[in-house]
Design a protein. Structure first.
Length: 273
């Protein structure tokens, strides 16, 4: 075999390999049609597995529960109620209407009492717990204020007289000097006042003013000038503040302080009270 025949045989063999490879890319058209791909063998049916367990069917639903009809009442029973039902209805008390709450500020205790009373003293007005002004008293030539006092030791009674102008100036000067540190509270001099000496037994600081049992008859001006308003009880001081439209709740020192200032304001409306 010559050199030419060997080259031709090699070329034919390589061309046959290229034609047999279906994935080979070739720019030149193939010399022969490629062999069709061999089809895959059909899949064998799955082998039968173990038998599956079947669940039992659900039980049938229970029959509906029939309840007796309590709403339907025979016409004869509805028209004629039993005696027990009638007795039970009669035993129920009737509903009471709620009573309206009474406001104590609108209907104060003792509202039936009159605001005017007979003046117990010439320096008092016909209004409860109210005295005339200083100018009115001086115009009526009332310059001395008297009151009754009783000794705490021998229980002797006597009438004490105070000069209106001089005693009022003492009270006004005391308030002007100490009002800034009183803090709306009566000082110790007003809470535990000093009393005149007894003329009968000579006991000092024992003539206590007599406070009337009736609140409307209390000699307010006499105790103001003697600075003995602290002898009044808290209830009596609240009575004064009530009828003079002052705040009357709190401790005694606060109510006593308001009583002093209110009386000074009645005597001297233009004063620093």
């Amino acid at each position: 075999m010559g050199e030419r025949d060997r080259k031709r045989k090699n070329a034919d063999d390589s061309k046959a390999l290229e034609d047999d490879d279906p994935l080979a890319l070739c720019l030149s058209p193939p010399s022969r049609r490629p062999n069709p791909l061999t089809p895959h063998p059909p899949l064998s049916p799955p082998s039968p597995g173990p038998p599956q367990h079947s669940f039992p069917p659900p039980p049938p639903p229970p029959p509906p529960l029939l309840l007796p009809d309590f709403i339907s009442v025979p016409s004869s029973a509805a028209s004629a109620p039993s005696a027990a039902a009638a007795a039970a209805a009669a035993a129920i008390p009737p509903a009471r209407h709620p009573r309206a709450r009474r406001n104590p500020s609108k209907t104060p205790r003792g509202a039936h009492k009159s605001d005017t009373v007979p003046p117990p003293f010439s320096w008092a007005t016909d209004r409860r717990a109210t005295v005339h002004s200083l100018n009115h008293l001086l115009s009526q030539n009332i310059t001395n204020i008297t009151g009754e006092a009783q000794c705490k030791r021998c229980e002797a009674s006597q009438v004490i007289s105070y000069d209106l102008v001089s005693k009022f100036n003492e009270v006004a000067a005391f308030i002007r000097a100490r009002k800034h540190w009183m803090h709306d509270r009566a000082p110790a001099e007003w809470m535990t006042p000093a009393f005149p000496d007894c003329r009968s037994c000579g006991q000092p600081n024992c003539m206590r003013p007599v406070v009337a049992a009736k609140k409307r008859s209390i000699n307010w001006l006499f105790m103001l000038l003697g600075q003995t308003l602290g002898c009044c009880t808290l209830d009596q001081l609240k009575y004064f503040c009530k009828h003079t439209k002052n705040h009357r709740t709190g401790a005694k020192d606060r109510v006593l302080y308001l009583t002093y200032l209110a009386l000074c304001k009645q005597l001297h409306p233009a004063g620093p009270f």
